[in-house]
Design a protein around this ligand. Structure first.
Ligand SMILES: [Zn+2]
Length: 427
């Protein structure tokens, strides 16, 4: 069985601050019944012990905890404490113990009495409330297997349309959250949401597209200030072209600096910053648009979409960057697209149709589609910024085939050539 994929290439507060409704009184688990203050004081001993432990850690030199194991252990305890605090904030909110001080909401109370940034207080309340409805995620978070960021991915799915499906699938998603990188978990969850609520997915994609907006206005003194909001496909079209022009300018700056200095330049030797180059690239885009001959062939915008038809690996509909798309949002582009077909065959092999490409081009493309990102275990650089590397080096007789190719970003490709990769990356 195989999954065929088409790559479309066109040259061309619901209630208050938290965004999650409070749990109705009859749904509040008994351990979340508002606690009176004396009950809370029983934990003062534990809080003192925690403060003592942190005092000792703070008293040690940073190097004492800078090794990999200590750092991961610290991150784990930080996540656990974050979970405990969020849970307490949600219970505090429900108890209305903030009201006697005259605060309007628990978030206002935390922002003033606790001097928290409002968005931090909102996040704690949002996640604390979500955790009540997501016992498996609450358990994984409290044990430090995942962080609050994972819960934040799932929390929006507690809406009516997906609530029941989420209750059914929470265990499966929680298992995924414990093993996938956060980026991969975001993607997996987006696909799950598409299946659980296809109509809602299309509606939200339409809403997102409806929010597209560009503001460019002349300010006092003649400087222009701007802001833009684009849906995923439009944004990827603009970003790809802006990035391409910026890269051209970067290479020019680099060549200039090398000639001027007579050595390999560093980034801070270049005459322009990244932001300045992007600004110049935008002006270049405007200039080229203006100077295009009226009878010139209008190039279609360029973006890649991976779309799955059969379901060996489940549904696929995403940009090359990994952003998951609502299938309907592709419709408006299809008639302007050049289609390149890729078939995901067994054995991690991808067959790509050739559209005016050399064989090496098709092989490269197949490897890009298969690996999607740098294959180094500590890296998530997407395919467009990666190089195809021979697993068995060419000089050692390695073939230029899919099976012997893999994506590595520039950094990891150089790292590989300079010295052996870390054990986990060794092949
Ligand atoms: Zn990399």
């Amino acid at each position: 069985m195989s999954v065929s994929c088409d790559r479309v290439t066109t040259t061309a507060s619901r209630d208050d601050d938290s965004g999650i409704s409070p749990v109705p009184a009859d749904h509040v688990p008994t351990d979340h019944v508002p606690m009176s203050h004396p009950c809370g004081r029983l934990l003062a001993v534990e809080l003192d012990a925690l403060a003592d432990a942190i005092d000792r850690l703070a008293g040690a030199s940073p190097q004492a905890t800078a090794d990999p194991e200590s750092l991961l252990a610290l991150e784990r305890q930080l996540a656990r404490l974050d979970a405990v605090v969020a849970r307490a904030v949600a219970a505090f909110d429900a108890s209305r113990a903030w009201a006697p001080d005259g605060a309007r909401t628990a978030v206002s109370w935390l922002a003033t009495r606790g001097r928290l940034a409002r968005h931090d207080a909102k996040r704690q309340l949002r996640l604390g409330r979500a955790a009540r409805h997501l016992p498996e995620f609450a358990q994984a978070w409290t044990s430090g297997d995942i962080s609050g960021a994972h819960v934040d991915v799932v929390a929006p799915l507690l809406r009516d349309a997906t609530h029941d499906a989420l209750s059914r699938d929470e265990h499966m998603l929680a298992v995924q959250s414990r093993s996938l990188s956060h980026t991969a978990f975001v993607r997996a969850t987006a696909y799950w949401a598409q299946l659980a609520d296809p109509d809602g997915t299309e509606e939200r994609a339409e809403e997102r597209r409806a929010r597209r907006d560009v503001q460019l206005s002349e300010s006092f003194g003649g400087t222009w200030l701007g802001r833009l909001t684009l849906d995923p496909i439009s944004g990827s079209i603009v970003a790809a072209e802006l990035g391409r022009l910026e890269q051209v300018l970067f290479e020019a700056d680099w060549a200039d600096a090398r000639q001027r200095l007579g050595r390999e330049p560093r980034t801070d030797d270049l005459s322009r910053t990244g932001g300045q180059r992007r600004a110049d690239a935008l002006v270049e885009m405007a200039t080229r648009s203006r100077t295009m001959p009226s009878d010139g062939r209008r190039p279609a915008p360029l973006f890649s979409v991976l779309v799955g038809y059969e379901t060996l690996r489940g549904r696929v509909s995403e940009l090359a960057s990994g952003t998951v798309l609502a299938p309907g949002s592709l419709a408006r582009w299809i008639d302007r697209a050049d289609i390149e077909r890729a078939v995901f065959a067994p054995g991690r092999r991808v067959e790509v149709s050739v559209r005016a490409r050399l064989f090496t081009g098709a092989t490269r493309r197949a490897i890009e589609l298969r690996d999607r990102a740098c294959t180094h275990p500590c890296c998530e650089q997407p395919a467009p910024s990666c190089e195809v590397d021979h697993v068995v080096p060419f000089a050692s007789g390695g073939e230029t085939t899919q099976e012997n190719g893999r994506l590595l970003c520039g950094f990891h490709n150089r790292l590989r050539n300079d010295r052996p990769p870390p054990a986990a990356a060794a092949t």
